[in-house]
Design a protein around this ligand. Structure first.
Ligand code: URA
Length: 262
């Protein structure tokens, strides 16, 4: 297999899925050239390569450090929202961060991924999912025929928990208003939650991820958003079995099929 199908083949090989799925990209037209149209201009994409240029840091004046709900609500786009959250010290994670990891991707993404919280690489770069788990997530997105810039990627908490521990429910709840405002602004067609934490904190679903993955849930926001729970890419890397990879692939395909048909 040559040319444009190479990355697709490599991604499927890395996912251990080679031979399990037909080659979808073979039937897809080449990606359209970007047009200098209003529609393109109206779809701002946060740059997804390289570390972000440092945003202006606004030192918090209030130890709670985060904007009041009315400020959050008045942020009418992701750029304004990110700017008004930069100095947040609403929970103890803020004091330990190097970079605030707001999230990135298409501001009008139909597919949104939500992970747990930044790790070391993300804290250094200020971008979500840029370490090993992020590499795998990129491959999964690529295997769906999409690019990272087509989707939106965010986390439950925006600051790195020490030693990459799971954020406490208190930390997660302090940050949740930010995530919910992101969702309101993006209005995704489908959310894929990665691992147990986003499912628990955002939907209140406590069922173990092994039992619940692959089963549609619904986030009661806007008109109701379908949520597909799947394993966290870090878990897939630890449990690199055919069974786990097949499960994730099937969950992602279900999410993609939904946005393709609605
Ligand atoms: N794991 C997450 O949950 N989020 C990241 O951004 C990186 C790793």
């Amino acid at each position: 297999m040559n040319g444009p199908l190479h990355p697709w083949r490599d991604a499927l090989e890395d996912l251990g899925l080679m031979g399990l799925v037909p080659p979808p990209l073979a039937f897809l037209p080449p990606a359209p050239e970007p047009q200098p149209s209003v529609a393109v201009a109206a779809k701002p994409v946060v740059p997804t390569t390289g570390p972000k240029a440092p945003l202006q840091f606004v030192p918090p004046t209030d130890p709670a450090g985060c904007p009041p709900p009315e400020t959050l609500a008045s942020a009418s786009n992701l750029v304004d929202l990110e700017r008004c959250l930069q100095g947040c010290l609403a929970c103890p994670l803020g004091a330990g961060r190097l970079r605030f990891v707001f999230g990135e991707g298409s501001a009008t993404a139909r597919l949104m991924f939500i992970g747990e919280g930044p790790g070391r690489d993300e804290d250094l770069q200020g971008r979500p999912f840029v370490g090993k788990a992020g590499e795998l997530l990129d491959k999964m997105i690529g295997a769906l025929g999409l690019q990272r810039a087509d989707v939106y990627i965010a986390n439950v908490v925006k600051c790195r928990p020490p030693d990459n521990r799971t954020p406490t429910p208190q930390e997660a709840q302090r940050c949740l208003g930010y995530l919910r405002r992101q969702i309101e602004l993006i209005r995704p067609g489908v959310i894929v939650t990665l691992g147990a934490t986003p499912l628990r904190e955002l939907l209140g679903v406590e069922t173990g991820i092994t039992r619940i993955r692959g089963q549609w849930q619904r986030l009661e926001m806007l008109e109701g958003i379908p949520v597909m729970p799947t394993f966290h890419p870090a878990y897939v890397l630890r449990q690199y079995t055919q069974e786990v990879r097949r499960a994730v692939w099937s969950d992602l395909q279900a999410a993609k099929a939904w946005i393709d048909t609605h």
